[in-house]
Design a protein around this ligand. Structure first.
Ligand code: 2IT
Length: 447
């Protein structure tokens, strides 16, 4: 019997009301999987797909903390432990006032496939809180992180669930969480990744996500006969950790990046962002919490307030901010401006409509679960280094990262190749990520 996507989605929506991002993530994956599970009926047995869209466990908890004025604040923390078929739950924590359970479920679901694609033994999970770090003092951030871990510590561990950073959670927050975890359990173990280099962090973790996006883009462009990143003009929509190291790698590989952005607008640099600019940009948000407008003012560049980067001419577009930041209108604008490839550097940044427009136009499109997997891949390497109580050199880590991105690209080609020889990277990533998890679940029985 052929697999009915609409019926399946009806049930998912009824069971998970008011979680539109989760519906969107499931819809995208299930649409890719339908023809594949029709051809391979073993994957339709024993409610395998129904089990895959149900998180194994969700914890939601109160996070009370005291602000600098002595007032008690109450946030809500979560951890969504989505799938542990191929390894301990693994995935970041997001701190943002926009965080809801639905957001974290979509992220945990995506993470399961992304982590599988890396080839490393990591299950899928995601967590976070509706905490807004903007405008908070360092002491407030520390007290919040300590309160968050005071509950979460009992649900995580190096062989159980290994959180990391995501939006709003960087090296500072990971440090405070690690300190509190160690104090509570009295064990020095690799429970979090993205740690400082002095206490178990991996060289290359900071660079990994942004570098990985560009290694992946280079493989895509070359396979399509478009000649790699060299000589290409790239537009991107962030200027944080992913954005800065993405630019650095584009420069290393002979291309140029012409935009950086934050939620308030973007800066246009037609001549390309240089190493000198990057020295200014790297700490701009991470350390000083300053808007991107400061960059335009410092160098006299054009700042387009309230606009998105997708209105400038480019060969390659890399959305590196957040979910659904690139919609159908943006997609049309990019096509009109000559864009040849969209390589996602965030989780689900393109709407389903935008993806359809790219596919219809026949340009290259890579979903974040493939091209944005470099960060978690190096997190997996951080776990390995922590287990063997040894540190690898940066060259070793970056070399392994390049190999992982190459392998993910090969997997996408294997599972996404169309009869005309082109590749549907969405199908390739979804099916390629699915098979390993599905086989592990089948082997492990109904659990
Ligand atoms: O979305 C992601 O892949 C991350 N936030 C990184 C997760 C990790 O465990 O390093």
């Amino acid at each position: 019997m052929s697999f009915d996507v609409s019926k399946f989605m009806e049930r998912v929506i009824a069971k998970n009301p008011a979680e539109p991002e989760f519906h969107q993530a499931v819809q995208e994956v299930i649409s890719s999987l339908a023809p594949f599970v029709d051809a391979n009926p073993r994957y339709q047995k024993d409610a395998l797909l129904e089990r895959m869209v149900e998180p194994e466990r969700v914890v939601s908890f109160r996070v009370p903390w005291v602000d600098d004025q002595g007032q008690v604040q109450v946030n809500r923390g979560y951890r969504v432990q989505f799938n542990s078929a191929i390894g301990p739950y693994k995935g970041g924590c997001r701190f943002s006032p926009k965080v809801t359970l639905g957001t974290l479920k979509f992220l945990g679901f995506e993470q399961t496939f992304k982590n599988s694609l890396t080839g490393l033994p990591m299950g899928g999970g995601k967590g976070g809180a509706d905490f807004d770090g903007v405008g908070k003092s360092d002491a407030e951030v520390m007290r919040f992180c300590q309160a968050f871990i005071s509950e979460l510590f009992r649900h995580i561990g190096p062989d159980t669930d290994v959180p990391a950073g995501d939006l709003g959670v960087g090296g500072r927050e990971i440090g405070y969480m690690f300190g509190q975890y160690k104090k509570l359990v009295n064990r020095y173990e690799g429970v979090l990744t993205g740690k400082g280099l002095q206490f178990g962090g991996s060289l290359g973790r900071t660079e990994a996500t942004g570098y990985g996006v560009i290694y992946f883009a280079d493989h895509m462009l070359k396979r399509a006969g478009l000649g790699g990143i060299e000589g290409k003009t790239v537009a991107l929509s962030g200027a944080g950790n992913v954005g800065c190291y993405l630019i650095e790698n584009v420069n290393r590989m002979g291309g140029k990046c012409v935009t950086v952005a934050d939620p308030f607008g973007f800066v246009y640099v037609p001549s390309g962002i240089t190493e000198e600019h990057l020295e200014f940009l790297k700490p701009l948000w991470a350390v000083y919490r300053r808007p991107i407008k400061d960059f335009a003012e410092k160098y006299g560049f054009e700042y387009r307030e309230g606009h998105r980067a997708w209105e400038v001419p480019c060969d390659v577009a890399c959305p590196t901010a957040t979910q659904n930041e690139l919609d159908g209108e943006d997609a049309k604008r990019l096509l009109n401006n000559g864009c040849k490839a969209v390589v996602e550097g965030a989780n689900m940044p393109s709407t389903l409509e935008a993806i359809e427009i790219f596919h219809d136009a026949g340009i290259l499109f890579s979903p974040g679960k493939a091209s944005n997997a470099g960060g978690v891949a190096v997190s997996g390497m951080e776990m390995s280094q922590n287990s063997e109580r040894y540190s690898w050199t940066k060259e070793e880590v970056i070399g392994k990262l390049q190999q992982v991105m190459f392998n993910i690209h090969e997997t996408c080609v294997e599972y996404g190749k169309k009869p005309d020889g082109t590749v549907n990277y969405v199908n390739g990533a979804n099916i390629g990520g699915f098979v390993k998890v599905a086989e592990a679940m089948i082997a492990q029985g109904i659990v």
